[in-house]
Write a protein of this length. Structure first.
Length: 164
């Protein structure tokens, strides 16, 4: 599917702005992880799911059909969000728009940072970014869409309001 990069960058900024929780704790992380797992099962897709709070992994599940590389991709995408406070897909699209990979712009090793879709900041209203949710296993745009859809549902926002 062809994308309109500038439009998607603006849409991701909207997603990051509106997808915020009133509160988010380890129980919320568990509920988010379960919802992602169930959503993947219903779609018959396999992903690795990681949720971190304050840089501590509080939920991880590698669905049957994933490989160790999915967990590594999740780690690399999550590192981008933990450093930048923005979605890994949005960072990647912005780097493409500027014509420079993140490695060149910020001197970061690609072994540890991946600007591919699927990792998104967990934000609390008035509290900023408190964690990161990441999935890996689908094409990057689909990883991103999956996370945004489930976050929207949990935040009480119709997924269509934040969809591409």
């Amino acid at each position: 599917m062809a994308t309109d990069r500038p439009r998607d960058i603006l849409r991701i900024a909207l997603q990051e702005h509106v997808l915020q929780f009133e509160t988010f704790d380890k129980n919320s992380a568990w509920a988010l992880g379960e919802r992602l797992k169930i959503t993947c099962e219903k779609a018959a897709v396999a992903t690795a799911i990681e949720i971190r709070l304050a840089r501590e992994t509080v939920f991880f599940y590698a669905m049957p059909g994933t490989a160790a590389s999915n967990a590594d991709w999740a780690r690399r995408k999550r590192n981008v969000v933990e450093m930048m406070g923005k979605s890994s897909y949005g960072v990647g699209l912005s780097c493409e728009e500027e014509g420079q990979p993140l490695e060149a712009l910020m001197g970061l090793p690609s072994r540890d940072y991946a600007c591919h879709g699927g990792s998104f900041p967990i934000q609390v209203k008035g509290g900023g970014c408190v964690g990161v949710v990441t999935v890996s296993g689908l094409p990057q745009r689909d990883d991103h869409i999956l996370v945004v859809q489930v976050l929207a549902e949990m935040c009480g926002i119709a997924p269509s309001e934040v969809a591409f």
